[in-house]
Design a protein around this ligand. Sequence first.
Ligand SMILES: Cc1cc2nc3c(=O)[nH]c(=O)nc-3n(C[C@H](O)[C@H](O)[C@H](O)COP(=O)(O)O)c2cc1C
Length: 261
Amino acid sequence: MPKSSLIAGTLFTVGAVTLGLFFAASPGKLSSPQDSSGQKSPPTGISETDNMNRTSDSKESRVALPPQRHDGPLSLEATLRGRRSQRSFTSEPLEMAELGQLAWAAQGVTGRQGQRTAPSGGGRYPLDLFVVASRVEGLAPGVYRYNPGEHRLERHARAPGGDRGRALAEAALGQRWVHEAQTVFVLTATYDRITSRYGERGRRYAVLEAGHAAQNLHLQAVALELGSVPVGAFDDQAVKRALGLADDEEPLYLLPVGAID
Ligand SMILES: Cc1cc2nc3c(=O)[nH]c(=O)nc-3n(C[C@H](O)[C@H](O)[C@H](O)COP(=O)(O)O)c2cc1C
């Protein structure tokens, strides 16, 4: 072996060992497939996540969504340029295909091992996407949970019945656009799914992930010529009550969406 290759090979090995030690020691590690109990876990966490995603399971409570599309007329650049917070919506109802497309943009499955449109720290998928439907063609008003693996909605049995738009707007300090929107998407985090691996830092990862998912949804709204606005000002407990969330389901973001002129 030429001397230069030997030196390069030695340097590579030393570098790899050093990096390995760094990741093993780093409290916020993302790349190690080892959990704190020392057990190997799947690289994407998909099987665990499927188990963790609670579903309201009876067949009657499931709502199939039209297949999502994977292309569109607007370029990414035009979509980025068009994003603006919209707080005024027309009364035109949303179509089921639009609703499904928005949910897919936020949390849809795109990878063979269950990876989604939005990245997730260590593939732990701590987020859930709720749909608070007020005016959607062919969908009874109410609260649903998006099931990413099946690309369908599941009625959220714990939620009070009927249109929850107004209760949600009250929880959001009376912001008018929350109940005037045809639908409000709500991103929640179940922190245990990620803090079980990363400790308290997992909370940060979950909040960062919500930003990714929300931006996907806003850009999809632009591409569908719909309006949307991110809403972070709300009373957590009031949102939990309005939607019948469990104690460990923390609302992070409300994303009202509607038709615009
Ligand atoms: C974390 C966060 C929380 C926000 N919360 C609210 C909110 O509660 N109500 C609202 O009307 N807009 C909210 N906004 C939207 C901002 O007001 C808006 O993004 C900003 O004025 C810039 O305008 P643009 O989105 O049109 O670019 C929020 C934005 C972010 C990023």
